[in-house]
Design a protein around this ligand. Structure first.
Ligand SMILES: *Cc1c(COP(=O)(O)O)cnc(C)c1O
Length: 377
């Protein structure tokens, strides 16, 4: 996979302002702070941390999280699972439904060399996973995904979910792994009361399903869910045994709009991920153009923000250009000047890059490849 990568935009030891652009910059102090902070928040709760790797797509970052106590990783795609397992990660949960014989064969092949698990929300999924596991002569845990309130994937909680679990438990090559109960749309509800209420609804759905499982004499080994916006509520619910936050290691402009109980932006984690860009044109007063458009920093959750440059605004993104505007009395950006952008949405922005450029105290300290970049299959 390394042969597919672009050349790194930096060399170790360089100053940050010498890094080629656009580059995906990781502020190592802030990043390490975030990993430590999450480890502290989870410690002593009895709940296990299984971070979501769809954010970072990197076995290096997975291993750092695991060294701080995470039990493994979540992914959405078999290709992401492959990149992690081939990079030495031993425990990977595909927190998603997967359809297609070739994909499931690749998933089952991983079960020979690592602990892997997967989700289902229908009988047809279970039949297909059972066939793939039988072909590979492996036995894999399958989680029942319930609709935890977001109205995306997930079987109806309660009786129907329990019957699906029984079907899994009775399959020769499968074990019932537990319940996947993730509410994605709750993560970016701005007010904490809204996020708490959404997770209360999710926890109720889990409780109803556990009751229905008990009526079928089935034990639920794991209840997993929760992201960066809500994990504290899943921990407090008393029903979740595992959380799966992803964005917390980087953060982004969208998460920066979530509010805490005092109406202030949530400050649990620090912004550690940036896209470094260069001012490539200063065509007229009040306008400057950066070399980072939406091929370098995604705009699905809003335009990027400028880091610690309140006088500048990123106002328009095209493929390879980002237009900045600034007040006539502000100091004009200089041609060639390097500017840090805060991505609107961290996960898809990472997916646009081949390398993390890790910086500390203004110097490049490490270069980490992003082998699961583009791993959408
Ligand atoms: C994206 C995702 C997460 C992590 O969400 P963040 O907002 O990045 O913390 C967790 N679980 C599932 C199933 C996801 O799709």
């Amino acid at each position: 996979m390394e042969t597919m990568l672009q050349r790194p935009p930096a060399i170790i030891g360089q100053r940050e302002d010498e890094v080629d652009t656009p580059a995906l910059l990781l502020d190592l102090d802030a990043f390490e702070y975030n990993l430590d902070r999450m480890a502290q928040l989870v410690a002593g709760t009895g709940v296990r941390l299984r971070p979501h790797a769809k954010t970072h797509k990197s076995p290096v970052i997975a291993q750092l999280q695991i060294a701080l106590g995470a039990v493994g990783q979540c992914v959405q795609k078999v290709g992401e699972a492959e990149a992690l397992v081939w990079g030495g990660v031993r425990d990977v949960f595909v927190s998603n439904e997967v359809v297609g014989t070739a994909k499931l064969a690749r998933f089952a092949a991983l079960a020979k060399i690592a602990n892997v698990a997967i989700c289902a929300d229908s009988d047809a999924h279970v039949v297909a996973i059972e066939a793939a596991a039988a072909d590979a002569t492996v036995r894999v845990p399958v989680y029942v995904e319930i609709d935890a309130g977001a109205g995306r994937c997930g079987i109806e909680p309660g009786e129907r979910a329990a019957l699906l679990a029984r079907r899994i438990a009775q399959s020769q090559h499968l074990t019932f792994g537990g319940l996947q109960a993730y509410n994605g749309s709750a993560q970016h509800q701005r007010r904490p009361q809204e996020r708490a209420a959404a997770i209360e609804t999710a926890a109720d759905a889990v409780r109803r399903t556990i009751d229905a499982l008990e009526r079928l004499d089935l034990r639920c080994p794991v209840v997993t869910g929760g992201g960066t916006g809500t994990f504290e509520y899943e921990i407090a619910s008393g029903v979740y045994t595992e959380i799966q936050p992803g964005s917390y290691c980087f953060m982004d402009a969208d998460y920066a709009r979530n509010l805490d109980a005092n109406g202030k932006p949530v400050s649990t984690f620090r912004q550690s991920l940036f896209v470094l860009s260069t001012v490539m044109s200063v065509p007229r007063a009040g306008t400057a153009v950066l070399d980072a458009g939406h091929k370098a920093v995604t705009i699905d959750s809003g335009l990027p923000l400028l880091w610690q440059r309140p006088e500048l605004a990123y106002v328009d993104a095209s493929d390879e250009h980002g237009a900045l505007s600034y007040a006539p009395d502000a100091q004009a950006p200089r041609l060639g000047e390097k500017i840090r952008l805060v991505p609107g949405h961290c996960d898809p922005t990472v997916d646009r890059h081949d390398w993390y450029v890790g910086v500390r105290n203004g110097r490049v300290e490490c270069l980490w490849p992003i082998p699961a970049r583009g791993a959408m299959h």
